[in-house]
Design a protein around this ligand. Sequence first.
Ligand code: R5P
Length: 273
Amino acid sequence: MDWGLRNRITRMFPSGSGRSVMLAVDHGYFMGPTRNLENAAATILPLLPHADAIALTRGILRTSVPPTATTPIVLRVSGGATILKDDLSDETITTSMEEAVRLNVAAVALSVFVGSSHEHQSLANLGTLVDEGEAYGVPVLAITAVGKELEKRDARYLALACRVSAELGAHLVKTYYCEGFSKVVDSCPVPIVVAGGPKLDSIEAALTLAHHAIDEGAKGIDMGRNIWQSEHPVAMLKALRTIVHDGATVREALTTFHAATAEIPLVAPPASR
Ligand code: R5P
């Protein structure tokens, strides 16, 4: 593997555990101003110091993240459909590799829609992006998207989608956790990170999902709504870090979560008149 490509991957998976806690805030590219991401900068900036990488579009990167930030960037480069359409799979490459390099990103990411009406197109997008990524030393993260068909998220489908992505050259794959997840991991020769999906009923449920995923072989998480739609996003991210990096149990992570919510932010006393 080329030096630049390997260096970029290493930046996203810091030494120690060798795993990664990625923060996904790329939802606006097809959802628009979804809940708690209306003001992207307000959501992102407090979370940035606690993430090993952040996944977003170039528009939100340029407008809402200061260029002094050192958190590795996973740049979403596919798009072209929105939630106003039933079929979300009609995507193309929306951002060039030159632009990704100009933005000094650690990786580019695109969705692949295996089994959808635009399966061929999204897989061709992946092949093109991998060719460009290899040429420029930029790793490609394939996201096994299911559009609105959330029920597709089972081991048989996800193993197929992850394996096809790896066969076409993806350096990393993002997929969903599912029952039998270790089969998905075992048949995918590149590292897998796990998305959270729509917000779950409780903090414990989201931590449990992350714990199972890591336990069954995921190299990290790339989670969004279960972090920034929670009442305490920073505490949630801190708790997830203990699972991913320190091998914490769900109970231990919950303790971290509650301790973090109890931290009183230091605020300057009101100026006396
Ligand atoms: C879709 O918008 C993206 O691939 C998300 O980055 C991915 O689904 C992870 O976000 P969440 O944990 O909210 O599903």
